[in-house]
Design a protein around this ligand. Sequence first.
Ligand code: ADP
Length: 280
Amino acid sequence: MTIRFTDVNVIYHRKSPFEYHALKNINTTFENGKFYGLIGHTGSGKSTLIQTMNGLILPSSGTVETDGIILSKKSKQKLIHQAKMKVGMVFQFPEHQLFESTVLKDVMFGPMNMGIAEEAAREKACYYLKLLNVHESLLEKSPFELSGGQMRKVAIAGILAMEPNILILDEPTAGLDPLSHDETMQLFYDVYKKIGITVILITHDMNDVLEFTDEVKVMSQGELAGEGRTADILTDQNFMERYDLEVPHVIQLARDLKEKGIALNGTPKNTAEFIRLYED
Ligand code: ADP
């Protein structure tokens, strides 16, 4: 599904001494089935932007069209609710949201809450738990008996079981050790490949942006500073410097080599690809 922003402004606490213009004239589109990176410094407007997609925040002016549902300043609760159902959000430590007595019940909760009958909810739950490689023997266990990694998978299955059309990952690996970081990112990428859902990853980790995303949108002081193919944006030295963005280490390595007269044939996405391009 496509999400289209047309002339979107968000002004917090309008007409008060705390008035703040958090989104300024945003015009952009998130296309169906792509994996997007949404980057920019803290306070640049990333969270505000994603919260307008599911109606948590309504634009002060302009429209946000989420899969045919057009949200504006005047949208009513019913429409906002419809938009909410289309957008799944994963925050840091999603496993902290587990609460049911069994794994199966936890994953069934979302679909049942949307009005889906018990049997159909069970089917969806089993499908997404299997997709995430959660073994059948764990279905009747308490989620709190599982390892941290398994708990995270159960929590993500719970979000997918509601079958959102777009999955937003809001700094999903912040605070994780390097191994859990890699596992979690790989998990999201595998899910993306398997079900072809549109994904938006908000992160400060530019190596993840390079490795996993197709396209990137850059926010700066409430404006859309730039957008395009990930490799094009991240290798644009002037742009990256202007917005004080960290250059992924393999791009920096490729640049260092070039200075020594050894140019790589293409932009490496990660260390393994760097080595492959270097050896070619
Ligand atoms: P980011 O996600 O890029 O860190 P945010 O969208 O959270 O940026 O915030 C953008 C700006 O809007 C920040 O200056 C922030 O302080 C301000 N802001 C965010 N939420 C609110 C709010 N509920 N009320 C007032 N100002 C807010």
